[in-house]
Write a protein that binds this ligand. Sequence first.
Ligand code: AMP
Length: 376
Amino acid sequence: MSEEESKNGDAAATVKEDPKSSESDTKSAPTSESESGSTADLAKQEEEAKKEEDAANKAVQEATQKAEETAAAAAASAEAAKKREEEEVADAKLKKEKEIEDKKKESSEELTKRLQKLALERQKENRHDRLKVIQSDQTSHLSSAKTFQDLNLPDYLLKAIFEMGFERPSAIQEEALPRILANPPRNVIGQAQSGSGKTAAFVVGMLFRVVIDTPATCQGLCVTPTRELAVQIFQNAVTPMAAHMKGLKVRLALAGEQIARGTKLDAHIVIGTPGKVVDWLKRRIIDTKKIKVFVLDEADNMVAESGHRANSLLIKKQMPKSCQSLLFSATFPPEVIAFAEKMVYNPDKILIESGPEFLVSISLHFACINDHTPFI
Ligand code: AMP
């Protein structure tokens, strides 16, 4: 082969190769139309891939959020369950403590009642503590009451008295109650120390006279020298004794108790200290017209404080003429007798026979009154 031929041959070879190369070019280098088509496909694919990725991301995000929420809810419910459990434990503990406390209270109340009963019994048996009654009206046939049933009390009071655990009247009650509950009502001065059962005597007296009306009119007024005593009377005597008197309204007249100006008191019974009672009387908060029973407790302590003494006299002056007055005092030195005489008109007197005050009071002040002592 000549050089030319060999060149041509090469050329031919080259030419021969060309169709191949052009064929492969056709495949790898498309026309501009097919080119743009495949770019669009690619973009679409890319877009779809992106969408898929986004969706996957979103799903992951949602799943994570849901998992977090589920975990949080589980934690919250576990926390709530724990709290509930703790509360239940605390409740059970409280209940147990209350049960123990109630049992203790019950047995201590039981013991107190038994001791009180014993003390009241002893008081009756003890010759020195026996009572002497000086009746204002010697023609009266009132006598002592040995049982609560003797007193013809309404059922709602008798029931409450027995529920309080009182089986029989105490010494002062035996003598005072028939007079306090008499019709027409009797004024009474009673010598009675704390522990004698005098509170129940005058509380029964007030509750016996009250007629429950609406709006409530004040029908019983009890004045005491201290706020503690007023609260005690309210809590330990009036509240249990009025347990079956639906609608009964009682108001404490004590420093700090507020009543709006121009408002009338909506209460059947008022228990308070002299200063506050005078304040409410002056401001016409208490309407005195319907008051049927006026009680003055611990008169000796009232007299000991000049302010109380003066206020008690002011209160007494405001009471209606027909109002029954009951005065109790542990002791009767002359100044208390003088005070009692101003406070209570023409009373029956129930005095401790052996006390020196009794002798003084009999000889000096009550000498003119006929002695009626059927039970000594
Ligand atoms: P007082 O003398 O009013 O302070 O009462 C003393 C205690 O005796 C109070 O706790 C009353 O509940 C109680 N009491 C009053 N009357 C009776 C009674 N007839 N029987 C038993 N306890 C009574």
